[in-house]
Design a protein around this ligand. Structure first.
Ligand code: NAP
Ligand code: GCO
Length: 267
């Protein structure tokens, strides 16, 4: 007999990195809605304050922390502070990320390294920080926010694709190394989602027409629309809950069908 409470996160502590707005904020809302105590960090006080105001407006009690996820000492201190404030972290959502859209032959090594640092090294740092507590508790959930670029490349996003491809394999390796401790590490691969990060790809042209990339994504998506952050909420709750205890090392693509579809013939 299936118990719907398998989706409940009551009594669980969840950390969402980069959770002030965008996809991270939506996932935090969802985890709260499923009963979790949600905390978040962001890279500066201004963003944390922006996030705190949003959480308060939505009636979500939380703690917000300033922490650069690429700084291992800061992340270790963050996890210790969260354990003091609310308890051992049961659920980690590695959401914080950046993208730099530059043709590879024009991209500096410093810019390439920066994207790798935030989008790949930081999820390693954050997972490493929470795993000991999860091992002691005998359970844990790590959700890495991957991407279409975990599977596909495109012009100007070489560093991002390399990072997100690596994040897919880091997800699988955490699954392999810690599954025996009842820790499940999975990824969510959002398709093209309407957030600040993709706003440049959706800007209206001077003549009021849709951005060429916007038109391309509409033609490439069977759902014939961009995703919204709400589309990610249910998948996040599923992967954070006991309902997914035998799902491990999996990347759940929430992409409206992009990866399955060759795309619509141009009209
Ligand atoms: P976003 O709007 O840029 O939000 C990312 C958040 O992470 C921001 O609050 C950002 O702060 C924060 N952050 C960046 N670097 C950080 C650092 N070093 N330490 C702590 N926080 C940091 O992005 P989004 O669209 O919500 O995407 C969230 C995640 O989903 C990212 O990993 C992204 O790669 C992934 N994703 C997005 C899409 C999409 O279509 N939007 C699709 C697939 C995957 P700042 O504002 O200072 O940058
Ligand atoms: C881009 C977009 C994508 C999305 C996302 C798709 O420039 O192609 O920013 O990379 O952010 O990762 O899944």
């Amino acid at each position: 007999m299936f118990d719907i409470n398998a989706f409940s996160l009551k009594g669980k502590v969840a950390l969402v990195t980069g959770g002030s707005y965008g996809i991270g904020y939506a996932i935090a809302q969802a985890l709260h809605g499923a009963g979790a105590t949600v905390v978040f960090n962001d890279i500066n006080q201004e963003l944390v304050d922006r996030g705190l105001a949003a959480y308060k407006k939505d009636g979500i009690p939380t703690h917000g922390y300033v922490c650069d996820v690429t700084d291992e000492d800061a992340v270790q201190a963050l996890v210790q502070q969260i354990e003091k404030d609310v308890g051992v972290i049961d659920i980690l959502v590695n959401n914080a990320g950046i993208i730099k859209r530059i043709p590879m032959h024009e991209m500096s090594a410093a810019d390439f390294r920066k994207v790798i640092d935030v989008d790949l090294n930081a999820p390693f740092i954050c997972a490493k920080a929470v795993i000991p507590g999860m091992i002691k508790k005998g359970a844990g959930k790590i959700i890495n926010i991957c991407s279409m670029m975990s599977e596909l490349g495109r012009e100007t996003v070489s560093a991002y694709a390399a990072a997100k491809g690596g994040l897919k394999m880091l997800t699988r390796n955490i699954c392999s190394e810690y599954g025996e401790h009842n820790i499940q590490c999975n990824g969510i691969g959002p398709g093209y989602i309407e957030t600040q990060q993709t706003a440049p790809l959706r800007e209206r042209q001077a003549d009021g027409s849709r951005h060429p990339f916007d038109q391309f994504i509409i033609a490439k998506t069977p759902a014939a629309r961009w995703g919204t952050t709400q589309d990610l909420m249910g998948p996040a709750v599923f992967l954070a809950s006991e309902a997914s205890n035998f799902v491990n090392g999996h990347i759940l693509y929430v992409d409206g069908g992009i990866l399955a579809y060759i795309g619509k013939q141009p009209q």
